[in-house]
Design a protein. Sequence first.
Length: 361
Amino acid sequence: MSNEERYRAVLGDLRAVLARLKLGQGDPEGIIASRDQVFAKYKPIFSSDHIANLSRDEFTSFLYQENNCHWSGLYRKGLQAASNLDVLRKGLSVLLDEGRPISARFPEALDMVKGLGPAIATGILTVAYPEVYGVWNNTSESALRQVGLWPNFEYGEGLGGRYAKVNDLLTRMKMDLGTDFWTLDTMWWSLLEKESGRSTGELAPEASGAASPKDSDAKEGFALERQLEEFLLENWDHTPLAGEWAIYHTEHEPEAGNQFPTAVGPVDILAVHKKQLRLLVVELKRNQSTDQTVGQVLRYIGGVKERLKDLGMEGHSIEGLIIAHNADKKTAYALSTVPHVKMMTYEVEFRLKNFDQALGA
């Protein structure tokens, strides 16, 4: 299949998703419905005229999903960008300066502001210039890699050149679909594999903020696993894994290892050994069978292996780790055949106190 044929096939899949969205299906958390409200609030804040007076509260509020109504987890590293407000203002002024090509100002802004990675920067660009810039984050990259549309970059093209090329592709897709960047960015999960726990053709829980309403047990299970992922990301240094492993990161993307993009779907967490040439694929066992989970981890190991040269990590070995709520004999049998994949379990604990005890009586 040629690149153009592949592009047309993907466009057909996205048109089907878009048709359901227009019927009010697949947007349970109202991401698309919230678009105009979010633009009305944050477009003036992220305008060139206002950036010189940008307040810390204005910027940090955008980092939380309850305010941006679209992206979760931006606050984890994005709060660091607000630690020096003068530098942040200067960096955003560079980012938003339409008098210069995006290929030049994009890397300059990210170099200036520590914690301002591509996901936050392109989210801001999408809100500030809704018809001009699309979102480049691990989700959109993973989806485009999986369907074979991720652009080929020339040696030395740099971060700005790569984003410009990605944005050209997103712009073409937006125009061919007759939609907008905000809506397009809600659709990427529909392209990810069914076996990864996300149904093709539907908005996945990470994108919509809610699990599928088809099965209440699946909803509860997924919510718990999503909370576990957030917990691991926020408390990694306090887990047993932190002794040997650090979450993979880059100069411009402090959390590049979360939902790490591969051609077979996003890895929940990719970690790097602190002393040895080893990588660890961490996958949370959601509402799926042991066979599916083990097979999924093995595919992700293959997906990461394919990207070693791209990451400049040739020579690294790759291992897998499944984190689940409980273990069973089937899991033990499956893992006994793949010694480079391990498993850990977690416990969730809460306690009830009498009212008088809660008051300290």
